[in-house]
Ligand binder design. Structure first.
Ligand code: FES
Ligand code: MG
Length: 592
């Protein structure tokens, strides 16, 4: 399927391998690449050199299957006339990296930018999967802007235990309760949790990995249908081969990320995020990709374009099913086809296969309505985020659709003001402080308390901690209070039945309003007006601001590694993508 259109005047790799004006350097480059098995004929043949950005390794097991898939990608590249060169990407593994994998997204971004820019590559296949690997690769492709296509590693097979589905992450909460209740022992606990991960691949629930892989397809950066194929399926191998073939055609057509990742594509991705019940990490990553692409996208766009879209995908943790079910029900194409036919997507957006969203998804149907619901039987209306502001922060996000009926009954029952509630703030300075004190009776936590965690943002806990979903004290849980409203300048994994307000910016560590809050203050949340305020008078806030340096020190522990210190000095806040701010001015740098 050769693509009509523009073509590059000259492959950029020719500047290394065939530069008559610089024979010395050309000879040096050529002898080194011939040294591992490529021939002079190949290197000077006008065949595109295609990089494969390898994110899998023994340290990154979620993406490790890419080591196998890369062989099929290479065959595809060869079959289409290209020359593959595989290279490693700094490993990012969500659960294994201390203190947080969030720290490494921008580091991997930098390393991929340097690799794509500094080596003789005409195009690249980005191997994506585990949470941060997807945004890191797409951010780098945006900055460099050579032809690029993403290949998802795919989710794990469904986990089962005693006939019930066990999902990555979600099973941990259940297993903890069973261990605490004495229903299982330590060995049983490990077995139960491990049952959720029966094969290679990324987390099989709708966590950040499934979210970001789905959104990479919604953005147009993968082949249609490529996101949801489980890692071990044969279709995944075929997709790897087709992706290798396609990138060679993309180089011939000079199809760059800037042709695909337009504002229309980002707005499509925001709407798909609502329909799939995507992670609250998605706004951070999508805004980061957009900023490196030079596309205007801000936090207000999430509410303006995504709030009204209903939840269609019935995957854990919000629903019942897992990754294999999602694929069999039609995956991203079924979701996009459904939204497209309802006029909720921009069908003109271009995608990696050279066709538009309307061409690719116009006829895509739902194959199993238990797993992907039709619009007239959606799981929830208005499933997108709302964006709040006030004297606690300039921006924070909340999934309004997770507010449970029991919460509505307990907090939102005032007929004069049905969408507002007040509570007493209980303030924790970072995750360690929260774990140490949550069960301390002296805090006086009751059913009308609001739990607040600060010192968990991109500067305070370098990269940002996933800690805003805090459990109430054990005594309160025993009394029947399962969840309390939570506010924080950190991130959150999964979903919560309480209204969590997260990604608050600016964070306490840089003097945001949360730094002025004290335990015992009253917080008022008004969902209708999109406001969150501490009810503390201005003079008192002024006095507290004068003593702020102490709080900032409390919520910014010393850096443990050089990168922690460097990143802290140059990172932005969550509402603007938490990118390395000095990097943003470098845009489309491979263009001549
Ligand atoms: Fe890597 Fe979930 S921990 S995908
Ligand atoms: Mg996570």
């Amino acid at each position: 399927m050769a693509e009509a259109g523009k073509s590059p005047s000259r492959l950029r790799s020719r500047a290394w391998f065939d530069d008559p004006g610089n024979p010395d350097m050309t000879a040096l480059y050529i002898e080194r690449y011939m040294n591992y098995g490529l021939s002079l004929e190949e290197l000077q043949s006008d065949r595109p050199i295609i990089g494969i950005a390898q994110t899998g390794s023994d340290l990154a097991p979620c993406n490790r299957h890419h080591l196998v898939l890369a062989d099929r990608v290479k065959q595809g590249i060869r079959d289409a006339g290209g020359i593959p060169i595989e290279f490693p990407v700094h490993p990012i593994q969500e659960t294994g990296k201390r203190p947080t994998a969030g720290l490494d997204r921008n580091l991997a971004y930098l390393s991929v930018v340097e690799t794509l820019y500094g080596y003789p590559l005409d195009g690249v296949v980005l191997t994506i999967g585990c949470d941060k690997t997807t945004p890191a690769c797409l951010m780098a492709a945006a900055t460099v802007n050579i032809p690029a296509i993403a290949l998802s590693v795919g989710p794990m097979l469904n986990g089962f235990h005693k006939g019930e589905r066990t999902g990555s992450g979600t099973i941990v909460w259940k297993a903890r309760r069973m261990l605490a209740a004495g229903e299982i022992d330590y060995k049983g606990f490990i077995e139960l949790v491990a049952s959720s991960a029966p094969s290679t691949g990324y987390c099989n629930t709708m966590g950040t990995a499934t979210t970001m892989n789905s959104l990479a397809e919604a953005l147009g950066m993968q082949l249609p249908g490529g996101a949801a194929i489980p890692a071990p399926y044969r279709d995944r191998q075929e997709c790897a081969w087709a992706t290798g073939r396609r990138i060679v055609e993309m180089v011939a057509a000079d199809r760059k990320p800037s042709d695909i990742m337009t504002r229309a594509a980002f707005l499509n991705a925001i709407r798909v995020n609502s329909a799939i019940g995507g992670s609250t990490n998605a706004p951070i990553h999508l805004i980061a990709i957009a900023r490196h692409m030079g596309v205007e996208l801000d936090i207000a766009d999430w509410e303006a374009h995504g709030h009204h879209v209903p939840l269609l995908v019935n995957l854990q943790p919000a629903g019942e099913y897992l990754g294999e079910d999602y694929y069999r029900a039609g995956g991203v194409p079924a979701v996009m086809g459904t939204l497209l036919r309802a006029g909720m997507l921009d069908g003109a957006a271009m995608t990696a296969n050279g066709r538009t969203v309307a061409d690719n998804y116009g006829a895509a149907a739902i194959e199993d309505e238990r797993v992907i619901r039709p619009l007239d039987d959606a799981l929830k209306p208005d499933a997108g985020l709302i964006v709040l502001s006030g004297n606690l922060f300039e921006a924070a996000v909340m999934k309004a659709s997770v507010i449970s009926q029991s919460f509505r009954d307990a907090y939102l029952s005032n007929p004069d003001d049905p969408e507002a509630f007040e509570g007493r703030a209980i303030v924790f300075d970072g995750p360690e402080d929260y774990h140490a004190r949550i069960d301390d009776p002296a805090l006086g936590i009751d059913a009308k308390s609001i739990l607040v965690i600060r010192g968990a943002g991109p500067v305070g806990y370098p990269g940002g901690a996933e800690v805003v979903n805090m459990r109430p004290p054990a005594a309160l849980i025993r009394a029947g209070v399962d969840a309390l409203p939570c506010i924080g300048d950190g991130r959150q994994s999964g979903t919560s039945e309480s209204p969590s307000i997260l990604n608050a910016a600016p964070e306490a560590a840089v003097g945001g309003g949360l730094a002025l809050l004290r335990t015992g203050d009253t917080i008022r949340i008004d969902l209708k007006r999109r406001e969150a305020n501490m009810l503390v008078d201005a003079d008192e806030l002024e006095r507290r601001r004068a003593g702020l340096a102490t709080v900032e020190a409390d919520v910014t522990p010393a850096s443990q590694t050089p990168w922690q210190e460097i990143q802290r000095g140059i990172t932005g806040q969550f509402d603007t993508g938490a990118v390395l701010e000095p990097a943003v001015k470098y845009q489309r740098i491979a263009q001549t």
